[in-house]
Design a protein around this ligand. Structure first.
Ligand code: MTE
Ligand code: MO
Length: 271
């Protein structure tokens, strides 16, 4: 704080020149303050586009992301609800990447080509493999950026358990662990089998204990419009990041491309 030690003299004790100087200063600041918003507006409107929106706005969103990431902690759990508060017929929204039938030979593909250790070829995992892992249920308030939310009941495997089981997400090919955070890739990318919808997620949010590879909704296999056979449920993010019908997963240190970020939304979209 720059509340300096300047003595606070009563106005009348100031020599006239000092009063005048102060008045001019105040007026100067006022005039400057009045011009700043116009300047900022012109700077924004004349700036090139970056990621679908004007560059300065993108930079503000990026600054918000830094703040969000700083305050993010995997110990902070999203509020959960009793089973009887979950809606019976959850709303569905967004069919990008879902306009063709679910591939009958669906397998989850996980790319490992950019890691420094362990097998580099893609890993293919079936729904039976995924159902064999510990099941986690979650009843929480699903939020869409369009302004609706619903208490929904999801079931699946924790993404963190899945990554640990298959030793994914690290450069060394070891299971992710809090002791080796610098071994983690920074982002997870997910996309639908037809690549019609795709998201990028920071690894901290991916490893959050409430982030699920979900295969059940209200205790039943997820239907096609909600993302059969397997979707992401990530309660620390808005709906846009909850990719339905996962086809491929990969890891990287740069932001994976992201469907709605390319169309001007905030990349991080954290809650
Ligand atoms: N493949 C795919 N996943 C998607 C979308 C989409 O259009 N395609 N829309 C997203 C958005 S904006 C929301 S709000 C949620 C909606 O999930 P729901 O249909 O199960 O309610 O899915 C997200 N995942
Ligand atoms: Mo959404």
């Amino acid at each position: 704080m720059s509340q300096s030690a300047e003595p606070k003299l009563p106005q009348s004790d100031l020599p006239e020149s000092a009063v005048r100087r102060r008045m001019l200063q105040s007026f100067g600041w006022f005039a400057l303050a009045a011009t700043v918003p116009v300047g900022v507006y012109q700077w924004i409107t004349k700036s090139p586009k970056l990621g679908g929106i004007k560059k300065p706005l993108r930079q503000v969103l990026d600054a918000n992301e830094q703040i969000a990431r700083t305050y993010f902690s995997n110990a902070n759990l999203v509020k959960t609800y009793p089973l009887d508060e979950a809606v019976r017929n959850p709303r569905f929204n967004g069919l990008d990447g879902l306009r063709t039938p679910v591939p009958t030979d669906w397998k989850l593909q996980i790319d490992r080509d950019n890691r420094s250790n362990g097998p580099r070829d893609p890993l293919f995992v079936t729904m039976d493999d995924i159902r064999a892992l510990p099941k986690q249920e979650l009843i929480y308030d699903f939020k869409c950026v369009e302004g609706w939310s619903q208490i929904q009941h999801w079931g699946g495997v924790r993404l963190s358990d899945f990554l640990a089981r298959y030793q994914l997400g690290t450069r060394s090919g070891n299971a992710p662990s809090p002791d080796h955070t610098n071994d983690l890739f920074k982002f997870v990318g997910l996309e639908t089998p037809d690549k019609g919808y795709y998201v990028g997620i920071d690894i901290e949010s991916a490893l959050h204990p409430q982030t699920l590879l979900a295969y059940e909704l209200n205790g039943q296999p997820i239907n096609a419009q909600h993302g059969a056979p397997l979707r992401l449920i990530i309660p620390v993010k808005y709906g846009v990041k909850n990719l339905k019908r996962i086809g491929r997963i990969f890891f990287s240190d740069t932001r994976p491309r992201d469907f709605w970020a390319e169309r001007g939304y905030d990349y991080y979209v954290g809650l």
